[in-house]
Design a protein. Structure first.
Length: 240
């Protein structure tokens, strides 16, 4: 197929635009900036969940510390009561019971002090973890705010771009009918009517051609559109 080199550029743009439209299909175009916003929103939700879990762990540990402290307070009061009763008790069996209770209370208080020390060590780490999650939530919120502004700007800019369908119609109007007919026939056959040739590879099937085929395509007249020997796509070479 013959075609003026300047119009070959138009045909390649037409082919690339139609291929892009085929990939997008009926979906609304989403800018990379909007995709980044969506990614950050998901990351923010994960971080908020993690932050909430970290705060809950701190709350649970603080409640456990309060419980231990209350148990300790009750046991110390009980130990003081035992001591006071011992000072006035004369019955030997009763005194043995009070001494046994004092020993049990002291043992339990020692256990509670160990638990309390462990809880204080843990809550320090838990609070650090909570604070780190809070800082990361703040950082993501700042990134999200900036990404939102970038997405809005990109969407405003893209709305000013010509509608792809209108652009395709404009490109088709600049090409001869016979060229469009052959282009459509090839597109129906292999889904790709025309593509670029980078000197080695067909832009339609992405196969690296043999040395002989590469040379044949390079040597074809400037106004001729050679075809890929593998898929039949019309190949458009870079204009000198």
């Amino acid at each position: 197929m013959k075609l003026d080199p300047k119009q070959q550029t138009i045909l390649l743009e037409l082919a690339n635009t139609e291929r892009s439209l085929d990939v997008v299909g009926d979906k609304a175009f989403v800018t990379p900036e909007r995709e980044e916003v969506d990614r950050l929103l998901k990351e923010q939700q994960r971080m908020l969940n993690a932050s909430a879990a970290a705060q809950m762990a701190v709350d649970d540990m603080e409640a456990e510390i309060l419980r231990i402290q209350e148990d300790e307070r009750k046991l110390r009061k009980r130990a003081a009561d035992d001591k006071a009763q011992l000072s006035a008790e004369l019955d030997e069996e009763r005194r043995r019971d009070l001494e046994h209770d004092r020993y049990s209370v002291k043992s339990r208080i020692a256990d509670l002090m160990g638990e309390l020390t462990e809880c204080h060590n843990q809550i320090h780490a838990l609070r650090n973890n909570r604070d780190n999650h809070g800082a990361r939530c703040d950082e993501i919120a700042r990134k999200l705010e900036a990404a939102q502004r970038a997405a809005e700007a990109a969407e405003a800019a893209s709305s000013a771009v010509q509608d792809p369908a209108e652009h395709i119609a404009d490109l088709r109007a600049q090409l001869p009918e016979n060229v469009l007919a052959e282009y459509e026939a090839q597109k129906n056959d292999s889904d790709v009517g025309a593509a670029d040739f980078n000197g080695r590879t067909c832009g339609g099937c992405y196969i690296v051609l043999s040395g002989a085929d590469q040379e044949r395509i390079r040597r074809a007249p400037a106004d001729e559109l050679p075809r890929c020997p593998e898929c039949g796509t019309y190949l458009i070479r870079k204009q000198a």
